[in-house]
Design a protein around this ligand. Structure first.
Ligand code: PEP
Length: 249
């Protein structure tokens, strides 16, 4: 049985004060909830406040990106050691907004993923097709290519903590959600590819989250799919009540 993981991606929203305010409201709403794992990934500026606010709670904190070098002249970046020093346990890599707006490539995703795994962070590695690729019937090829390149030179042993998020780009922030069946088909493609790369046992235990306009109203139908091991939630995670409702789908 794979334990589901419900993760929030706050993108570039909230100050440290707003972060503290969110957890004051959110944590009591989910305090009795231990069915699934819960992770919130705020902007770097909020990480210290988030870690402090969630101490001795059932909610973990993640970064939204990580650089592959331990330190250096890389303006605007953050290293795995820096995240760990704050008490951060998870990190998103390869989000489509990084790929779309910040020239993130399959190769840099691979380097970030390796750095996260090496440091003992749990990486949430995002893959997903754009609308043109889906319409051209290229979804499976794109997902396979992104997985092959992201997981390049990573052993199954090293990848033990890996989590994948299937995020069809056309569903992110658009209000268009993939149907549960369509998401499950894509997850099956990713799981097959993971089996090719890491072996059947690894793939059977790999958690694959769905992301793309998940809301309280559609969360339970998505989570009912055996292939879907949780959610990566953007917009609907900014409001404590809404994210708590998703956590408790
Ligand atoms: C995301 O940012 O990963 C995401 C899925 O966003 P949204 O839920 O707003 O579509």
């Amino acid at each position: 049985m794979r334990k589901k993981l419900i993760a929030a991606n706050w993108k570039m929203y909230k100050t440290p004060d707003q972060t503290r305010e969110f957890f004051r409201e959110f944590l009591p709403l989910v305090s009795a909830h231990n069915r699934d794992e819960v992770v919130v990934c705020p902007p770097d500026i909020d990480l210290a406040a988030a870690v402090e606010a969630t101490k001795s709670s059932n909610t973990a904190i993640g970064g939204q990106n990580v650089h592959w070098k331990p330190e250096g002249a890389f303006t605007g970046e953050i290293s795995a050691a820096m995240l760990l020093a704050l008490g951060v346990t998870h990190v998103i890599v390869g989000h489509s907004e990084r790929r779309q707006y910040f020239c993130e490539t399959d190769d840099t995703v691979n380097q970030r993923l390796k750095a996260a795994l090496e440091a003992g962070l749990t990486p949430i590695c995002c893959v997903g097709e754009v609308l043109e690729e889906r319409e051209a019937g290229l979804t499976d090829d794109v997902l396979r290519r992104q997985c092959v390149r992201a997981f390049h030179a990573v052993s199954a042993k090293k990848a033990a903590k890996l989590v994948v998020a299937y995020e069809p780009v056309w569903a992110i922030g658009t209000g268009k959600t993939a149907t549960p069946e369509l998401a499950a088909e894509a997850h099956a493609v990713i799981r097959r590819e993971a089996a090719e790369i890491f072996g059947e046992d690894f793939a059977a235990n790999l958690r694959i989250l769905y992301g793309g306009s998940v809301k309280p109203e559609n969360a339970s139908a998505l989570m009912a799919q055996e292939e879907i091991d949780g959610a990566l939630v953007g917009g609907a995670s900014l409001d404590a009540k809404s994210f708590a409702a998703i956590v408790k789908y």
